[in-house]
Design a protein around this ligand. Structure first.
Ligand SMILES: CC(=O)[C@@H](O)[C@H](O)COP(=O)(O)O
Ligand SMILES: NCC(=O)COP(=O)(O)O
Length: 238
């Protein structure tokens, strides 16, 4: 049965809107775990627009499940990860101007730099996942450079405006997940996953973990964290 990892970035987005101390993503993470989340995800962006270094440091001490730190593969971020030691680092592409992550890593173009980042993180005892588009070339290269896991980017599927496009993107994700599992990678999936489209994605048995943030936090604002997480756990687990 797949696991649900809850991304609490957007609790920090509300806090940073006023540069205040509340709401606290650490409290949100604890509530998510109490409601059944099996992992907590945060994206420490270079511009620190939501999650701050202090949040990750405290989460490292309080998260009882698994802490997955999403970050760019820069020297600064690698030093931060080696100091904080999350259970998993997910390397993601990052652009200052973007509203959210716009695609997967170009694992083929940046093969050498990513291989070096993976080696350094492994030396620090940290497992490494690469956030990739559902593209066989990128999945195979991830395995070649010794990534432990790929997180398949589900954004195009989530944004599909027609049934045909959604079906096409679903099949790309399914094929990529099967290939990744076959060549020994752990398979995660995420981006834009919500309470409706999870009904499709949960059919892909190779996906071991769903990383879901915006949809859960948006619902939690209205119905509370416990209910929002419990409902998603029930959907993920079918
Ligand atoms: C990697 C990914 O798909 C998302 O987790 C994204 O990186 C989250 O970052 P934001 O919360 O800033 O959109
Ligand atoms: N890696 C995906 C993630 O953490 C959450 O993405 P989203 O659900 O906020 O789009």
């Amino acid at each position: 049965m797949a696991r649900l990892a809850v991304n609490v970035d957007h609790v920090a987005t509300v806090r940073q809107a006023r540069l205040a101390t509340e709401p606290d993503p650490v409290t949100a993470a604890a509530l998510a775990e109490l409601a059944g989340a099996q992992g907590i995800v945060v994206h420490l962006r270079e511009d620190r627009r939501h999650i701050q270094d202090r949040d990750v440091e405290i989460l490292r001490r309080t998260v009882k499940t698994r802490l997955n730190l999403e970050m760019a593969a820069t020297a600064e971020m690698i030093e931060t990860a080696l100091r904080i030691k999350p259970d998993v680092v997910t390397l993601v592409p990052e652009k200052r101007q973007e509203l959210t992550t716009e695609g997967g890593l170009d694992v083929v173009l940046y093969e050498e730099a990513l291989a070096e980042a993976i080696t350094r993180l492994h030396q620090g005892g940290i497992s490494v996942s690469l956030f990739v588009n559902p593209d066989p070339k990128h999945v195979k290269t991830a395995a070649k450079i010794d990534a432990d896991c790929v997180e398949i980017h589900t954004g195009l599927f989530a944004e599909a405006k027609t049934y045909a496009k959604r079906q096409e993107e679903f099949e790309r994700i399914q094929d990529a997940a099967k290939l990744a599992a076959k060549i020994g990678l752990v398979v995660h999936a995420g981006h834009g996953v919500d309470y409706r489209n999870i009904l499709w994605l949960r059919l892909i048995k190779e996906i071991e973990e769903f990383s879901i943030g915006h949809a859960i936090i948006a619902r939690a604002v209205l119905v509370g964290m416990e209910r929002a997480v419990k409902e998603m756990v029930a959907l993920v687990q079918g």
